[in-house]
Design a protein. Structure first.
Length: 107
């Protein structure tokens, strides 16, 4: 398998794993963080939001930016597009899976 395709798959899997961990924590937040005061909770949530943007941004855009700055523009664009394609495929698989398994809405 092409090195760029392998790297993009790893980037996408890392992103999916991180998002899955954050979703699990958020769905169990009341149980985990029971009793957190009203000032700390929004600060923690917004800090998690910023941290998530940095981590997922690094996973999706980090290496393409490095390649671009090393004047490997074609590889940078390919890696970015491949990563987005893997993430789009993951979204499609999750949507199809949830529609066929009858997963209930959480709201």
């Amino acid at each position: 398998m092409n090195n760029l395709i392998q790297r993009s798959l790893l980037n996408a899997l890392g992103t999916i794993a991180y998002v899955s961990i954050v979703v699990t924590i958020m769905q169990n937040g009341e149980r985990i963080f029971n009793g957190m005061n009203q000032i700390t909770a929004p600060i923690a949530f917004l800090t998690l939001f910023v941290l998530s943007a940095a981590i997922t941004g690094g996973l999706v855009v980090g290496k393409p930016v490095m390649l671009f700055l090393e004047n490997q523009k074609s590889d940078a664009i390919k890696l970015f597009i491949y990563t987005l394609c893997w993430l789009a495929l993951a979204v499609v698989i999750l949507l199809v899976y949830s529609s066929f398994t009858g997963i209930q809405r959480i709201y």
